[in-house]
Design a protein around this ligand. Structure first.
Ligand SMILES: [Zn+2]
Ligand SMILES: [Zn+2]
Length: 329
């Protein structure tokens, strides 16, 4: 099969012909229809996430069809030809204290798709059958791909934000533009904060009908129930903290962020909270994917052929994308 292979930090992905993967016990073989390009992929190729398997096939927003099963007993309803999605969390141990408590997103011995196991920048992949989610057979696979991480992590970030009606979304890229649609569909107010002067992101937010759009240097005009931060910019944390109401939360949805500057304790006082989101649980996927369909989420995508993965990463790094980049084998 063809794959875009990451040889190590600071080096571009290389188009390679590699042996087809063979599903092991408990795994499925998937023919890939589309694979989204996530900011986490950028953190991997730029060396900010420091422990990738090498060489590595990146990509953890996989949509494809099941083409085979590994050996062993099967107790689920997965079938040949079925369309499924594969997310970032690709395997958990099943026996640590977190797995035992259904908090498998914090598993002590996890494997991550496209980071510590091969992912979806390829024609084929194998996945742990416990971590594949059934997807719509009719939908466009390119539009489904960003749901597998941007959508799921955005949704988990929102779940950790607690109750509320007024939500600030800081960084209006793939995750925020999906979550904004769900929040608006639920009747919430959405305050979109972009980089100063980022006309593309601001236009996307306006098109979706958000309540207010502004740049990072102009705070939202109301006090927020929660601020959800998707931009990898630590300085947004104290800025957002100043805007959330008493008891409000600032939830950081990314896997990597620049350092958070110090701030006065008074800004945290009155039971404001700062939280981070790590990975996802299977329950998140089973809850979010039908909800996204019900809410009629329209994902804005820019498709690239598989062999142009480096261009897609460059465009994401340079902020040249509105919505999400998706590779098609
Ligand atoms: Zn575990
Ligand atoms: Zn991701």
């Amino acid at each position: 099969m063809r794959a875009m292979v990451f040889p190590g930090p600071g080096r571009p992905l290389q188009l390679c012909e590699v042996p087809d993967p063979v599903p092991g016990s408990g795994e499925v073989l998937i023919e890939i229809e589309a694979c989204g390009v996530c900011r986490t992929d950028l953190h991997i190729v730029d060396g900010e996430l420091t422990e990738p398997m090498l060489p590595l096939i990146p990509g953890h927003e996989i949509v494809g069809r099941i083409r085979g099963f590994g050996p062993g007993e099967r107790d689920d309803a997965l079938r040949i030809g079925q369309r499924v999605g594969v997310p970032w969390l690709g395997h958990t141990c099943g026996c640590c204290s977190y797995c035992a408590d259904a908090r498998e997103n914090l598993c002590d011995a996890p494997l991550f798709t496209g980071y510590t196991r091969d992912g979806g920048y390829a024609d084929l992949t194998v996945a742990d059958r416990s971590y594949v989610f059934p997807l719509s057979e009719q939908a466009d696979p390119v539009a489904l791909a960003p749901l597998m991480c941007a959508g799921l992590i955005g949704y988990r970030t929102y779940r950790l934000a607690g109750p509320g009606r007024r939500f600030g979304l800081y960084g209006f890229g793939a995750a925020a533009h999906i979550l904004a649609q769900i929040l608006l569909w639920q009747g919430a107010e959405v305050y979109a904060v972009t980089r100063d002067g980022d006309e593309t992101a601001q236009a996307l937010a306006r098109d979706l009908g958000v309540t207010w759009v502004g740049g990072a240097s102009e705070p939202p005009p109301v006090s927020l129930d929660a601020a959800l931060i998707f931009a990898p910019v630590g300085a947004l944390v104290p800025a957002a903290l100043k805007v959330v109401r008493k008891g409000g939360r600032v939830v950081c949805g990314g896997i990597h962020m620049s350092d958070i500057p110090s701030f006065p304790y008074a800004d945290l006082w009155e039971e404001r909270q700062i939280l981070s989101v790590a990975n996802l649980t299977r329950a998140d996927g089973l809850e979010f994917l039908p909800l996204a369909a019900q809410a009629g989420v329209q994902v804005h995508t820019t498709p690239y052929p598989l062999e142009r993965a480096n261009a897609a990463l460059d465009d994401l790094r340079a902020g040249r994308l509105a919505g999400a980049a998706v590779l098609r084998p």
